[in-house]
Design a binder for this molecule. Sequence first.
Ligand SMILES: *Cc1c(COP(=O)(O)O)cnc(C)c1O
Length: 235
Amino acid sequence: MTDLERELAGRMARVQEEVAETARNCGRNPGDVTIVAVSKIHPAESIRALHASGQVDFGENYVQEALGKQETLADLDLRWHFIGGLQSNKAKFVAGQFALVHSVDSLKLAKMLDKKASELGVVQDILVQVNIAHEEQKSGIYEDNLFEMAEEVAGLENLHLVGLMTMPPFFDEPERARPVFARLRELRDSLEPRLDMKLPHLSMGMTGDFVPAVEEGATLVRIGTRIFGPRPYKK
Ligand SMILES: *Cc1c(COP(=O)(O)O)cnc(C)c1O
């Protein structure tokens, strides 16, 4: 075991234990919460080192960076998550390359992903990203437009809508993010009967706020800094 493998395995084990304990304390099954290790800006070698301890779910934000790492790590069996802002003109590089795209925030983007997925003959799993706090600088659809968009997305043949994702405003106190997480769950619960389909996944919670997110029903938590340490500056 290298020093890096040992360090990352130790950090990962502590995060897993905290997530599991939070789940158990609120009556949830720890197995229902997947930790996505957010590796953006960290080198491929960090992913390889963490994978050595059994982690397979990794989250990336930038298309070129992610595709480069996928190539470098093609010998590993990884589940890649695309979690970053995505312009529709880059959708063609993303469809079929990621197990789950968390950040679908417009019908235009959904249609581009669907088109490419159709060309590839695959069905792409996606989440719709909701901007609950109406922050202008953040991506995500406003909840007023969610039902209409989700209905159209659900009708696209090569996309499979499996849930919702959100990113709360930055709060220094994690409890303040709780109402945002609770709202995402409510939106999911009200969408399911209206669309007549199951939306099993809620992607919410990061390093600073995964505890309330798990308590409010997260099935995917996206954790970077707690696992990999501070991110190097992006070149
Ligand atoms: C960077 C990022 C994360 C991880 O953030 P940390 O605070 O480092 O855990 C999670 N989700 C998204 C969408 C991100 O961009």
